[in-house]
Ligand binder design. Structure first.
Ligand code: GAP
Length: 496
């Protein structure tokens, strides 16, 4: 049977230690994956790239690192306990299915924002059945996505956070005071989030535990059109799917939305975005994506329709990436106004407003929320190269900045003098801060294949000529071409 691209990418990922099911030897648990040695390196590089661009290079962004388990009043105030649900239906055999995604996938019509009764009517009209066993589906019910537990002797109810954002709102006043931060400023967090998804699937695209990299930008509501990033980002080109384009397609029962290309500057002028800050945040993401190996044409910003957006939102724009199974949200960008701080002020009875020139101001928030796992899958899918006539193995064309290693060092033959030279070069590279790996086992072609399959951009081979003239070859992963260089120059050449 022909494998789907998703299956191919997941097969290589399993084989090469990029990722694998958690607790696999006990049969695993759906929706949980571990990153292996190679996946962890790629993940760390992605996180570091993000941190460098969005935190380290910005003097108005502070990073925090909060706990994942939080007491229940937090989620009562945030609304998660009552409203963070997905519509589900059970079949007579007890299989529970998420029905909005089932409708979207089977019927290619949007289902988000519809009531349980409306979804039930669609299921009955189109005779949709349980995707596991084919039995009819019963009534549609809301399924809570929060993982709960009880803490300590007092057994206080607590929940795993479904987004990293909540810690940021809870610590807002502490961060602002400690850093003497003035609006606008951002608070960033990289960490794990948990959602008891009804139907986890598509590898790491929808899982129950995942990584997020989020920033809450706190902005004076009078200064939403005064973003410090504007000068740098005004000319960045953005690919938009407007609400009008979606309505037009939906009238034809289609989800094939047309998109328009606008610069950050034009998007503000034409009021496609609610304010300058939102436009700049989107432009910033496009610039970041230039380093990830995902082509620009596979990226779009979809203005979420009113029925998909909470009542307090001033405009949500999902960054979607085109994958082999359709467009998928990878970043949620939301203009949340002052909803979160107001909710926690009400819930905690603590004042989270700031005193600005004698006036109490509750900052507005714009939030870009990146999903790490989904982004890694998108990078793997877009950089995956199948076997072909020129190369008899699959490989990943991962950009150098994300690749697990800068280079692999290979002695061509199993001879002590070659191995000694190769291991000396390996040590020198390491001393110079390069991430290198050493591979001496098997035929050279096999070793090139192993390196290509985990996306290592360069392979350095020490061969008999190296003993005569102190040179070695560097093979380029993308072209397969080999060039010869002085060994002393190789660490300099390999530096990214
Ligand atoms: N704080 C806002 C927030 O969490 P979201 O749109 O629910 O917004 C943001 O999530 C991102 O987190 C998504 O774009 C996606 O990349 C990732 N994400 C959400 N649920 C996920 C899941 N079940 N599995 C993997 N990634 C998920």
């Amino acid at each position: 049977m022909v494998k789907s691209l998703l299956e191919e990418v997941m097969t290589v990922s399993l084989r090469r230690g990029i990722l694998y099911p958690s607790a696999e030897i006990y049969g695993g648990l759906a929706g949980f994956y571990d990153f292996g040695p190679i996946g962890t390196r790629i993940r760390n590089h992605l996180v570091n790239l993000w941190r460098t661009r969005f935190v380290e290079n910005r003097d108005f962004v502070y990073e925090v690192s909060g706990n994942t388990l939080l007491p229940s009043p937090v989620f009562k105030a945030s609304g998660h306990l009552n409203h963070f649900t997905d519509p589900s239906a059970e079949c007579s055999k007890g299989h529970v299915t998420r029905v909005d995604t089932l409708i979207e996938e089977r019927l290619k019509i949007p289902a988000e924002g519809k009531t349980d009764k409306e979804l039930e009517a669609i299921i009955q009209e189109h005779k949709l059945r349980c995707p596991v066993c084919g039995d009819p589906l019963k009534e549609v019910k809301s399924f809570g996505l929060m993982f709960g537990t009880n803490v300590g002797g007092e057994r206080r109810q607590a929940f795993l956070r479904p987004e990293t954002a909540q810690n940021i709102f809870l610590g807002f006043k502490r961060v602002q005071t400690a850093m003497r931060a003035k609006l606008p400023f951002g608070v960033a967090q990289i960490g794990r989030s948990y959602r008891n998804e009804i139907s986890p699937r598509q590898g790491i695209v929808r899982v129950r535990e995942f990584g997020q990299m989020e920033i809450e930008y706190f902005i004076n509501p009078d200064q939403l059109n005064d973003c410090p990033l504007f000068e740098d980002l005004a000319q960045v080109s953005l690919n938009f799917v407007t609400r009008e384009a979606q309505e037009k397609a939906m009238k034809k029962s289609s989800t094939d939305y047309a998109s328009i290309q606008l610069t950050v500057h034009e998007a503000i002028k034409k009021k496609v975005v609610p304010n300058q800050w939102m436009a700049c945040i989107l432009g910033d993401e496009v610039e970041f994506f230039k380093h990830l190996g995902i082509p620009e044409k596979a990226i779009r910003f979809r203005h979420m329709r009113p029925e998909e957006t909470p009542h307090y939102s001033g405009g949500n724009f999902d960054l979607e990436i085109h994958l082999s199974f359709g467009w998928k949200e990878v970043i949620g960008n939301a203009y949340r106004r002052d909803h979160d701080l107001q909710s926690h002020m009400k819930g905690s009875q603590k004042d989270l407003s700031l005193d600005i020139e004698g006036k109490k101001v509750v900052p507005h928030v714009i939030e870009p929320s990146f999903g790490i796992d989904r982004l890694i899958y998108a990078i793997l899918e877009h950089t995956y190269r199948p076997k072909d006539d020129t190369r008899g193995w699959t490989w990943f064309q991962i950009p150098n900045t994300l690749a697990p290693y800068h280079a692999v060092i290979l002695p061509l033959l199993n001879r002590p003098e070659l191995e000694e030279k190769a291991s000396t070069l390996f040590s020198v590279c390491k001393q110079q801060g390069l991430a290198v790996i050493y591979d001496a086992s098997g035929r050279i072609g096999r070793r090139y294949a192993r390196a290509d399959e985990i996306g290592i951009p360069k392979a350095v081979t020490i061969d008999p000529q190296s003993l005569e003239d102190e040179t070695a070859t560097i093979r380029d992963r993308d072209t397969g071409n080999q060039t010869r260089h002085l060994i002393s120059q190789i660490p300099i050449i390999l530096k990214p």
